[in-house]
Design a protein around this ligand. Sequence first.
Ligand code: ADP
Ligand code: MG
Length: 235
Amino acid sequence: MAGDDVVVRLQGVRKAFNPGLPSEVEVLHGIDLQLRRGEFCAVVGPSGSGKSTLLNLIGLLDRPTAGTLAVCGQDTTHMDDAALTHLRGRSIGFVFQYHHLIGAFTALENVMMPMLGDAGFPTRAMRERALELLGRVGLNHRCDNLATHLSGGEQQRVAVARALAMRPAVLLADEPTGNLDTRSAEVVFGLLRDVNREQGTAVLFVTHNPALAARCDRTLEVVDGLVNPQAAVAG
Ligand code: ADP
Ligand code: MG
């Protein structure tokens, strides 16, 4: 049964941009790592080292050029785009540094977005779930405000609520606090930590903030497209 709780597994994963062209550049050079259910893992390393590239692969927004990637026990190597999209929608939540909310939509509409078109969510259930999630991030009172009318910290809390809509097994947070003041960063970090503890959601949290990284369960250090091997091996 060992390994059943592994939600992300990379073996020998490489990523080159523009493969086969003169401008080809390999950014990730063979990454092995496992993320288990319930783990809260910091991802640190210099700018340009490959952190976002790594998260985009794990989030099934892009494909490795070599190696294997499995998400929630499913090997993605031979999946077509539709299968990847389906697995992504079911398994992965994203929070980015620049929230990527739709500014002309309300907070509530933004949180409902991932549920649209999902047969499991009739409109009423979507709305209730979105309200519940906005309550979770302390923003019930802002549900009808346009995203552009919210503060940066509030927008990022909406982004967290939206990321949780489909109850993902894995939450990928790429510098979610990078653009926030200290207090808002603390609130957003605390939300991610609570979700991780209460729901067992595995979290990859990219940060340049050593104090926040120190409060994660484990740290992956990405340097020049490789993960520090000691840190990559789970206990
Ligand atoms: P980090 O998130 O650690 O700052 P990135 O993963 O964004 O690093 O980038 C790693 C390297 O890959 C950088 O040198 C960057 O310029 C390069 N890179 C990222 N995306 C592309 C792309 N689409 N095409 C070519 N190079 C890219
Ligand atoms: Mg980055």
